[in-house]
Design a protein around this ligand. Sequence first.
Ligand code: ASP
Length: 431
Amino acid sequence: MNLTARILLGMGLGLVLGIFINTLGQISWVPSAVNEWLSWALVDGILDVIGAIFLASLKLLVVPLVFVSLVCGCSALGDNTRMGTMAAKTLALYLLTTAIAISLALIMANLIQPGVGMNMGEQITFVPKDAPSIKDVFINIFPSNPIKAMAEGNMLQIIVFSLLMGVAVSKSGEPGRKVQELFVHLNEVVMKMVVILMHLAPYGVFCMIAKLFANLGYGAIADLIKYFLTVVLVLVLHGIGVYSLILTSLTRLSPLTFFTNIRPAILFAFSTSSSSATLPVTLNVAEHRLGVDNSVASFTLPLGATINMDGTAIMQGVATVFIAQAFNVDIGLGGYLMVIATATLASIGTAGVPGVGLITLAMVLQQVGLPVEGIAVIIGVDRLLDMMRTVVNVSGDSMVTTVIANSENMLDRDQFSDLSDLDEYNEIVKK
Ligand code: ASP
């Protein structure tokens, strides 16, 4: 069986086990001792341990991979002006897609009106975590200590440092060439580590999904079904419709082939809820299946995993309208424009780890004077939405990367279109 099939199987079995454990907990004649034991030994025991090890093993690769791969790619580009135009194009496209995502979310939420009639009072007391200020988001891009940036996994700072180093390597003549060669070899080795650890995925995914569904009650979803479905609808519209449209109009490539190619990244994003933890897989997929040159992927993907969060922006847009309606507040047209601006910026400040979108939502709500307590209302269904929005986040990064690579003549279009490659890819992973 190939990797995708095994991950899917792990996901399906995990879902069945999780729902089974959850249902057992609701049945009155099952002795509570059985449920307590299950939750102690299985859910918070084995499943939690293996799931956590899997996640840790993915995160372990992120910093070395981004650093090595980016120095490699940037020094290979050599020419700074090319790096500059590529960076500008990438940033523009990331911001544009996020702005489209949030606008679509606002329009759809206003049409569907998920929160009307809920009449949430002020009875909820909820203390949100502090969202970072926009000023801090900008200042924090620049590292004062590269080792600290790496120890903390601060992606933007690592990107800045790696770019600087890559440029320096390309400008250092003979010594630079030697260092570059070393980095090219290191890159191979780190990519090999990704492939080795991908074998853990089916088991890790099984444990994470089983634990999630064992803990998730149905009740939480029932009350919020309209909100939940609105977010899912906009995620699908944007993730499939808008991305396909942009991809075909800018590159004339087939969206179907694109989505088939990025399947492993989609599965990892869904099961980890983290663009950052998925990054090793996204990079691997971009270089080996989409045919994107390392010099482009190594820059655009780590950047995207950090600042490009279309799925998160969509959740924030729908959530804002939902909370405004549920609390009977009218934020007006100016309010909506403000939401577009802040949610786009918030998506830059959202780290690619589970649940952070909900924290930066506080920033958006505060900006338009909505009660931050509203977050407490939607928190119950956020875990599931997080999985789906992370898929959109990662697909968006991959789509923009493909478009940029194509515009820079750094895309191997034959490799992109050759789906028979997939067997070969699976072979690489198997080995
Ligand atoms: N989990 C999302 C991601 O990693 C971020 C979020 O929306 O919370 O892409």
